[in-house]
Design a protein around this ligand. Sequence first.
Ligand SMILES: Nc1ncnc2c1ncn2[C@@H]1O[C@H](COP(=O)(O)OP(=O)(O)OP(=O)(O)O)[C@@H](O)[C@H]1O
Ligand SMILES: [Mg+2]
Length: 283
Amino acid sequence: MSNETTPPAQRPYQPRPPAGNPFDQQKGITGVKKILAVSSGKGGVGKSTIAANLAVALSRRVKTGLLDADIYGPSQPRMFGALNQRPQITSEQKLIPITRHGVKLMSIGFVVDEDSAVVWRGPMLFKAIDQFLRDVAWGELDVLVVDLPPGTGDVQLSLVQKVPVDGVIVIATPQNIALSDVKKSVDMFQRIGTPILGAVENMSYLLDEASGQKMALYPKGDLLAYLDAKKIPMLSEMPFQPKIALAAETGVPYIESYPQASESAVFTDLADQILRGLKLEHV
Ligand SMILES: Nc1ncnc2c1ncn2[C@@H]1O[C@H](COP(=O)(O)OP(=O)(O)OP(=O)(O)O)[C@@H](O)[C@H]1O
Ligand SMILES: [Mg+2]
């Protein structure tokens, strides 16, 4: 008899499907009409900046909340000048959002120190996202904007499994190095069936104020062609504007600091497009 063994048949890797349908847990938030996610594949492309200014622009038209779902790196407390705020708790044990510039805000940054690391994964994270959605006294909101962390990980999945997300906008920068991350983000939301309202190209160009010329900060890649092929509208092209970054540092969103600036008009126009996309224009 030979001692030779035959290798096991090569089968493609098949992950085991989870028990039950995770989307069965989906439930709306009482009092909240629409949920809008602000997403990106890549980090640092301006999601939080755009979410903050968009939320302020939306709040001038409809009742707006902003959930900073970036558990690992919350930015909204700083961007809204609300660092060190601690939310009060109602008699029903719900956190009362902090209101700034007309927006009801909630962030993990209000309950965890800015410099402490959050080391949650899997079930802890799912629980935390659920609490930040439901155990908050949002009151009546027309739209809750959710600022996501970068990527297509646990936080994104928890959100779409816990609540019906009515629309997502994808924030991108122009260069091809960022494009494969955009594709992953689009792919994830399309597979889940979340409507993609459109994309925003951030840091699209730099305006030379003396000559009025637009200069490319990053080389233009194939983002537009990709979006065209996917029939995803480009909602806005936001220039790189150093004062946008400065406003984020000082804690007064750009649209409030520079209401007359052309970039503020871009944020307002974006808000109007979102309201149409969410069918909230007649609220
Ligand atoms: N259009 C812009 N002009 C100038 N600065 C900008 C612009 N958009 C974003 N920034 C700056 O770029 C930096 C990164 O932006 P932001 O934190 O919004 O990105 P993000 O995608 O939310 O990052 P993360 O993936 O870490 O959550 C910030 O300092 C912000 O002020
Ligand atoms: Mg962010």
